[in-house]
Design a protein around this ligand. Structure first.
Ligand code: BGC
Length: 554
């Protein structure tokens, strides 16, 4: 058993949570797609990392129009990924290792293949079956124009027109994401009851927590005439809770309702919101009678800059403290270019634009990226709050930037008419072994092609190397488990371009954002992201230090 950090029902406050993207983690049956049995078989690996919890991205039946975030049935397992029995085995295997499990709940939208949407399509306009979604007549002559100017996140319009049974054009339905993902109508009581039942379904199966997808979007202003919404998230305008589509004040009623369900369980279930809103609005989702945490993408959105990191950390900690929660930290996930690549790009190069324009190798310094990514991770793991890791980052995996166009799966590629590459490059199946079929991912080929250089990052290569990124993650997570005895952080005076803070009397973290080495603060180095030479901290490196005369780590 690992020692309880800030224990008991507050385990989530400083947890290390490892995100598994199930289709790309491990393939037990050899069909090229990762599955639940594959994850179960890798439980010893997860235990060896020392993570407190695993978050599973969707594994539900899906037509894969959006990587599984188009859910046909929230209470089942996609047959390609296994069965409910496999799920139960996974829960048992993780719990045996004292690893908790989060599942992804996708409450904003459904799938065009779901039983309810099919029923709605058969039903008349204005019927109860249609009211579970957002159907409207079109504007203009014979309703040929979409009901409003609302954009889809994947572009272009958020409305798709239906066809009536006789083949004539019918009503339109709303989908903030792909057309295969019709939005639910959260003013409808059937929808609310369905999600209450879904949360109980998984909590009853032993799930410890939930990640709430697009938590800020559920409730919309659907009053007629529909208001205009030209931009997606407008961070420049002070939020009021009265936007048409996002972060409306009424959405919090949903989470108050859910919190009562979480608290029915012993231990209480917990939840983290993916709410893409400004920091002061974010913590509203974490009030004591709502969800527990909200994702904070401030580090993920920060460039390699001491001042950006400092500002992000200071503001996140202040807001979280005021709301009585702890902050979350994220450097990579399934929606973003991996941080080992982001931090290797020349200054000013925006990662998705770089990908879209053919991933010019002259704009990328892979060694620099990998060095800075390790330093960023070590810094992140020293922060109070929960760190969310994304599968493969512990291997230092870079983005796969050259997936052939005919193998791309992300709807962003098609919906942007090829202007954006999409997110497949961070979803390529993991390399477990340097040799063998699909680098040990499974006995068959993998559903997204793996580049040859994946061999260098294979788990079995890094396992044996004390200086590998994998070894650094293991050491850092283990040390953090012993050192993170409170949630304090004090910034310490430092040289230009250096971020130095103390967590406790025996734990400091120092990061050098400069292009040249700096002198290390006094103390004993417990761990560093780069080999050290004397009392110098190299450019792009982090060290954890036990200050002189501090109590020795237990
Ligand atoms: C998920 C994405 C997904 C979108 C729609 C997000 O925030 O992380 O992967 O495409 O929600 O469900």
């Amino acid at each position: 058993m690992r020692p309880d950090r800030i224990g008991g029902d507050s385990w989530w406050r400083q947890a290390v949570v490892y995100q598994v993207y199930p289709r790309s983690f491990a393939d037990a049956n050899g069909d090229g797609i990762g599955d639940l049995a594959g994850i179960t078989s890798r439980t010893p690996y997860l235990a060896s990392l020392g993570v407190d919890a695993v978050w599973l991205s969707p594994f539900y039946p899906s037509q894969l129009a959006d990587g599984g975030y188009d859910v046909d049935d929230h209470r089942d397992v996609d047959p390609l990924l296994g069965s409910l029995d496999d799920f139960d085995e996974l829960v048992t295997a993780l719990h045996r290792e004292d690893i908790k499990l989060f599942v992804d709940i996708v409450p904003n939208h459904s799938s065009t293949r779901s039983a309810w949407f099919r029923e709605a399509m058969e039903a008349e306009p204005g019927s109860p079956a249609r009211d579970r979604f957002i159907f409207r007549d079109g504007r203009g002559q014979s309703g040929a124009l979409p009901p409003s100017d609302w954009p889809s996140h994947f572009g272009p319009s958020a409305w798709t027109r239906t066809r009536n049974a006789d083949g004539t054009p019918g009503q339109w339905y709303l989908h903030l994401f792909a057309p295969e993902q019709p939005d639910y109508n959260w003013d409808n009581e059937d929808v609310r009851e369905y999600f209450r039942g879904t949360l109980r379904f998984w909590a009853d199966r032993g799930v410890d927590g939930f990640r709430i997808d697009v938590a800020h979007a559920l409730v919309k202003d659907l009053s007629e005439p529909l208001r205009s919404k030209p931009v997606f998230v407008d961070f420049d305008n002070p939020p009021t809770g009265d936007d048409v589509l996002f972060d409306r004040n009424e959405v919090h009623d949903v989470y108050r309702d859910w919190r009562r369900i979480f608290d029915e369980y012993d231990p209480p279930r917990v939840a983290v919101a993916e709410a893409v809103v400004s920091a002061p609005r974010r913590v509203l989702y974490t009030r004591s009678d709502e969800l527990h945490q909200a994702f904070n993408f401030d580090l993920l959105n920060s460039y390699w800059s001491r001042d950006e990191y400092h500002a992000a950390i200071e503001s996140s900690l202040t807001h979280a403290r005021e709301a009585g929660t702890s902050s979350t930290w994220v450097l990579s996930n399934h929606d973003n270019v991996r941080h080992a690549t982001r931090y290797g790009l020349a200054e000013g190069v925006e990662p998705t634009t770089w990908l879209a324009r053919g991933a010019d190798p002259t704009l990328l310094d892979p060694d620099l990226g990998s060095r800075r990514a390790r330093a960023a991770t070590l810094l992140m793991l020293a922060l109070p709050g929960s760190a969310y890791l994304y599968q493969g980052e512990e291997l230092g995996l870079p983005e796969v930037a050259d997936i052939p166009i005919d193998r791309l799966q992300d709807p962003i590629w098609v919906r942007s008419s090829g202007e954006l590459k999409g997110r497949d490059g961070c979803r390529v199946p993991l390399p477990w072994t340097a040799d063998g079929a699909a680098f040990g991912f499974g006995p068959g080929a993998s559903h997204l092609p793996q580049p040859r250089w994946f061999a260098d990052y294979a788990v079995d290569v890094e396992d044996d190397d004390p200086h590998s990124t994998l070894s650094m993650y293991r050491a850092a997570i283990s040390l953090r488990g012993r050192l993170a005895v409170n949630e304090d952080l004090t910034f310490l005076p430092s040289e230009h371009g250096v971020l130095h803070f103390a967590r406790t009397a025996s734990w400091e973290s120092v990061t050098n954002f400069n292009l040249t080495a700096v002198t290390l603060p006094p103390g004993t180095v417990m761990l560093s992201s780069e080999p050290l030479n004397g009392d110098l901290l190299p450019a792009g490196a982090t060290a954890w230090i036990a200050p002189d005369e501090s109590p020795a780590p237990i």
